[in-house]
Design a protein around this ligand. Structure first.
Ligand code: FAD
Length: 426
């Protein structure tokens, strides 16, 4: 029997912690990827860009593995059931902190244990996980700044060191080429969306603190989809951040922070981190929600963001904050609605970061801005898109007759949200 290395959100051969351990400790490692039908079945769009992205990444992995005389086993189904039918020597994989994945992994570990098969898991996706960075009394941080301070103090070269998988590539199982399902076999069609390149632009990182807030400038790295699926290594990026730009490193720490929050507080998946926020009387007007989704609110910066999202699967961080604030505060629509829409559309969709971002914007999250701070889209535009380059790119008709009137008046919306939030929060 062979040893399996199970790829999940770590779709690369280089600097992959679990893969390194599998190869170092075994001579016959066969990598496997499972298209989880319970996840695929929930996707609304047959041309979902994430499925295309994964499919392309697997194709590349398989080619690389075949050049090494091995191959990639690609399965499709319910991972728990599949593992019930397999009897490998051992299974290696990397940690996943999402509630669904944790439960799945516990079930698989139990099934394998009954067959005397070891299930070995490793930290790979983040620099610090779970309780590695906690308060002195051992409890998790819920505020970012002290967390980030402790994170930086705990960082040593060891944490950034890459796992030299290539030293053991000879330990991949030698096998003939294995079959590879086409997208069509999975019930999907190719997405027309162009994916951001897997290139770390050093010049962008170096100027990150000056340029990151302007959506018309290519001032952020666009690596989020690659971090999401592990087609780049977080250790490599954190090393670059530590050397070149503290502001950028800080964003990578936010990423660890939200994974840590999700691990310790899995209830945030459905509940407000601050429970009082679940008393808010959301208006949840379906037509207004639709206008927001489609970029027809009559607020150009909001509409530009939503149209960018719909067309590319990406939205600039500054604009994510503006549209999220607009939905929850101007329109008084439950952050969970916005979160779900982003989950459907974002290429880089990640439960921890998305939930963290939405709860931050709504004010319900850990370390969120106080609720009475309501983003003003016009002032945000003056500050961050002064020449209207971004707005004109996505909403060219914004000054014409065709463009809708504002869906809600700014002053009215502000007064209303303050009243409604105050009622709920006291
Ligand atoms: P850069 O600015 O170059 O940053 C580098 C990397 O750091 C990013 O690729 C990302 O992995 C990480 N990062 C940056 N900012 C954050 C942050 N605030 N929280 C966590 N990680 C961060 N990011 C996601 O990866 N997935 C999401 O589903 C997601 N949803 C969001 C929803 C809302 C409402 C908000 C306000 C933010 C959300 N973010 C999410 C965070 C952020 O907007 C994106 O990570 C960023 O825009 C990606 O662009 P980039 O790769 O150019 O990032």
């Amino acid at each position: 029997s062979t040893t399996l290395f199970w790829f999940r959100r770590d779709l690369r051969l280089q600097d992959n912690a679990g893969l390194y351990h599998a190869l170092r400790e075994n001579q016959d490692v066969l990598p496997v990827f499972i298209f989880d039908t319970s996840i695929l079945d929930k996707l609304d769009d047959r041309d979902d860009a994430r499925v295309t992205f994964i499919h392309q990444s697997l194709e590349l992995l398989k080619t690389q593995l075949e050049e090494l005389g091995s191959s990639l086993l690609v399965l499709c189904g319910d991972p728990v059931r599949l593992y019930a039918t397999l009897k490998p020597k051992a299974v290696y994989t990397n940690h996943d902190y999402e509630p669904y994945a944790r439960e799945r992994d516990v079930q698989i570990s139990d099934i394998l244990q009954r067959k005397d098969v070891a299930f070995k898991t490793f930290k790979d996706q983040v620099i610090f996980e779970k309780s590695e960075v906690v308060k002195d009394d051992g409890s998790p941080y819920t505020v970012f700044t002290p967390y980030s301070r402790k994170w930086k103090a705990a960082l040593t070269p060891f944490h950034l060191k890459s796992y030299p998988t290539e030293k053991y590539f000879k330990h991949f199982l030698r096998t003939k080429r294995l079959p590879f399902p086409a997208l069509d076999d999975l019930g999907f069609t190719p997405s027309p969306i162009d994916f951001p390149e897997r290139v770390v632009k050093r010049a962008v990182v170096e100027k990150y603190d000056q340029q990151r807030d302007f959506p018309a400038v290519k001032g952020t790295t666009r690596l989020s989809v690659h971090l999401r699926f592990g087609t780049v290594s977080i250790r490599k990026l954190a090393q670059l951040g530590a050397q070149k730009n503290a502001t950028w490193l800080n964003e990578l720490i936010w990423r660890d922070f939200y994974q840590m929050i999700l691990w310790h507080f899995p209830q945030v998946q459905s509940q407000s981190f601050k429970p009082a926020y679940d008393r808010i009387a959301w208006r949840n007007d379906p037509q207004e929600f639709e206008a927001w989704c489609e970029g027809r609110t009559g607020y150009p910066i909001v509409d530009a963001g939503m149209r960018e999202l719909n067309a590319t699967g990406f939205m600039h961080n500054r604009v994510r904050m503006i549209v999220a604030s607009f939905l929850t505060k101007h329109l008084l629509i439950d952050w969970r609605w916005g979160e779900a829409y982003f989950a459907k559309k974002l290429l880089d969709y990640d439960l921890a970061a998305n939930n963290g971002g939405w709860q931050w914007a709504a004010g319900s999250g850990c370390d969120a801005a106080p609720y009475f701070r309501v983003f003003n889209p016009r002032l945000q535009t003056e500050k961050f898109d002064k020449e209207l380059v971004y707005v004109k790119k996505w909403v060219p008709e914004f000054e014409s007759e065709k463009y809708p009137k504002p869906i809600v008046d700014q002053a009215f919306a502000r007064e209303r949200v303050l009243r409604v939030f105050k009622n709920a929060l006291g």
